[in-house]
Design a protein around this ligand. Sequence first.
Ligand code: NI
Length: 324
Amino acid sequence: MLAGCTPSDAGTRALTAQGSSAPSGSTSQPSSPGQPGATGQAIPGQPAPAPSIPSSTAPGETTSPTDATPTPDGDSSGAATPGQGDGTPSGNPSPSGTEEPPTTPQKPATQSPSAGKAQRAGKVNCAKTKCVALTFDDGPGPYTQRVLNDLTSANARATFFVVGTQVKAHPQLVKNSVAAGMEVGNHSWDHPNLERLSMAQVRREFSLVDEQIESLTGVRPTFVRPPEGALAKAQKQALGRPLAYWAVDTLDWKTRNTRTTIEAASKAKPGDIVLMHDIHGQTAAAVPQIIKNLQAKGYHLVTMSELIGAHPKNGIGYGWGKRP
Ligand code: NI
């Protein structure tokens, strides 16, 4: 089973503290503080993530998480039809199970004409109209292009919180995401439990992916989302980045059920951030109906930067209790 993004207990505590300063009295909370199986997660003492991208300055480090447990996605949905164009083999999209030895350096930054578009706030004024931010974690993967296509055809946008090892495997999908007007957020290099890492390691988990995304798209991620939502309060402050949590946890990683994912996401309220995972076929299959349901209620489906605005605050955990 792939680890989901349900907050760990520690992450929930951090969110609780964060939420206490909520300006709007939101009562929406992550519904499950239980820790999912942390297959493939970091273990204490695990070395820093593999610096296998060209921007790395430490080429001699180890390149593979020692505890990675390749886990078939298990998506057997016949409706799941990966439509990506980067020739990525289907199969295991586990963020921590697909690391490969360093190969040829990635191309230098290729500035897309639309680069930067995704992260400009202001397309929709979410202070004046109803917005929901759909977010997809742990990709890109075999279903990402399908989600992109469905979002685009519905004039909807979303934010993809990508994992560095997955980006390395599917670089074209990140370019496609930005080209389609989506936002790309930073979900760490290899999805460890950041609370078990030093601050230097935490910074590296995010800086590697910042550089990777900027190199591919010309856009540097604004928001970071800690794996499992786990990041201690002191770490949040030390990191000094806007943090993206969520208000609606669809638990799609757990249920692997299209219907329940649709039901959960469709309950979003104005200003909510909805957590899903585009590495699951059942989730991809749910996206068109989720879009229909929310748009029928008058929601604009926007990126994180559109939802939060042009100047998100560092150290703030947006999502639960933090609304524009
Ligand atoms: Ni995740």
